[in-house]
Write a protein that binds this ligand. Structure first.
Ligand code: NAD
Length: 425
């Protein structure tokens, strides 16, 4: 599916920020949230817009707009990824930052919510241009970031190497190495074992927990995954290795379908050569729109926001949707899915494996004491399964959807922190 086609599917009239606010307002009313706290939580604490000029390889200058938003830091330093995508804008970053606040609170991690990004199509730049752009962006947001203030991490189109450049830029300005300023960096400079696969691993735990709660076995469940990047790509491999049938995958260029199940290793080989999953052998071509409407047990959006809207929600045939991406379902579409009996494991619970191991990485950096991959994975599993149990039992007790229950718990913990600290001055 082309980006334009995506825009048509996704556009509707509900933006990511509309979705995030509607979710907060709904749960604020249900839980009787203190009006002052509700008002505070409806706006980000601070938002920085920066201009990011950098030198192109041909000597000319290019300028993009960059953002860093702190939604809330009442429970601890701000935490959230940095995204490079042409659609990045202030409202999207505000929404992503708000979701990070709830996500950290639900996982019981002592961080607040942040997000950042640059409105750029990274495919149009060389690696050295991206390095100069990243270092300039890091310098521009320097007043906001730091191990005790705000700790960026990778998100769409950003990776370990980009985190290294941010860490290096910050460290050069400090005069000494500061590994704790970013997470998701290479192990060689203080990254955590298990971080690169943590989001995918966490999503897998959530799929399995959901299947268990429905009394279904995991063997042979059919899964469709939209987005074959850091999260979706490794998740396809993990689920395939666990015995699930991954029947469809896609990237921004289009999708693949195979009823008997796809072979992630063959797809990875093809992707390394072709730069896309499209055209991999022994599979049928499908569009991203078709993938979302496939008859399968579990649908996992792992790409962008707003792909399931009022326009296609009644055509989704999956029994369970596990949100690896942030905000893939609009508020209105979520209601339709709920009415139709589709179970949704919400982003703020389902994809919290990444921030959980980012927290582990930060702790290891601060203590300068590093854990084995086994320890990381075991603790990740423990935290995520506990979070799932907390959310699902609360949902049952109060007769809520999993999203409402997760949101209630997250907002409740942030509210408790606000009320405990009091309003300054
Ligand atoms: P990525 O850049 O590594 O991969 C994104 C994938 O989505 C690519 O395959 C890309 O081709 C595809 N894609 C992009 N636009 C698309 C479109 N319009 N339609 C279909 N496919 C499209 O990004 P990622 O890190 O894997 O992140 C994916 C999602 O997961 C994002 O919503 C991100 O916020 C969320 N997430 C990521 C992490 C993490 O640790 N990386 C953690 C939590 C949540």
């Amino acid at each position: 599916m082309s980006v334009t086609e995506h825009d048509r599917t996704a556009a509707g009239s509900e933006t990511a920020w509309d979705t995030a606010l509607a979710q907060l307002d709904e749960v604020a009313e249900m839980m009787g949230l203190a009006p002052g706290v509700h008002e505070i939580l409806r706006s980000p604490k601070r938002a920085l817009i920066v201009s990011v000029p950098f030198r192109m390889d041909d000597g000319s200058t290019r300028v993009y707009e960059g953002y860093r938003v702190h939604h809330n830091v009442t429970r601890g330093p701000a935490k959230g990824g940095i995204r490079y995508h042409p659609d990045v804008g202030l409202d999207e970053v505000k929404a992503l930052a708000m979701w990070m606040t709830w996500k950290c609170a639900i996982a019981g991690i002592p961080f607040g919510g942040a997000k950042g990004g640059i409105a750029v199509d990274p495919r149009q730049h060389s690696r050295s241009e991206l390095e100069r752009m990243t270092r300039r962006f890091a310098s521009e947001i320097l007043p906001l970031i730091g191990p005790e203030r705000d700790i960026p991490a990778p998100d769409m189109n950003t990776d370990e190497e980009i985190m290294s450049w941010i860490m290096d830029t910050y460290s050069m300005n400090s005069g000494y190495s500061v590994p704790g300023v970013v997470t998701g960096k290479p192990v060689a400079i203080g990254g955590s074992r298990g971080r690169s696969g943590a989001t995918s691993r966490g999503v897998m735990y959530m799929v399995f927990a959901m299947m268990r709660s429905l009394g279904l076995g995991i063997e042979e469940i059919s899964v469709a995954i939209q987005g074959y990047g850091k999260v979706g790509g490794f998740l396809a491999q993990l689920l395939h290795d666990a015995g699930c049938r991954v029947v469809a995958i896609s990237d921004v260029e289009g999708g693949l379908y195979r009823e008997r199940g796809l072979d992630p290793e063959a797809i990875n080989r093809h992707k390394r050569e072709a730069g896309t999953v499209v055209g991999a052998p022994d599979c049928d071509a499908i569009t991203n729109a078709e993938l979302l409407e496939l008859d399968c047990d579990v649908l996992i959006p792992a790409a962008v926001e707003g792909v399931i809207t009022v326009k296609n929600a009644d055509r989704v045939r999956a029994r369970v949707i596990c949100e690896a991406a942030n905000g893939p379902i609009t508020f209105e579409a979520d209601k339709i899915l709920n009415e139709r009996g589709v179970y949704v494991v919400p982003d703020i619970l389902a994809n919290s494996g990444g921030v959980t191991v980012s927290y582990f990485e930060w702790v290891q950096d601060i203590q300068a004491y590093f854990w084995s991959e086994e320890e990381v994975n075991d603790r990740l599993r423990m935290i995520m399964e506990r979070a799932f149990d907390d959310v699902s039992s609360f949902a049952e007790e109060k007769n809520l959807t999993l999203r409402q229950a997760a949101q209630w718990i997250g907002v409740g913990r942030v509210s408790e922190a606000h009320l405990t600290r009091g309003l300054f001055p």
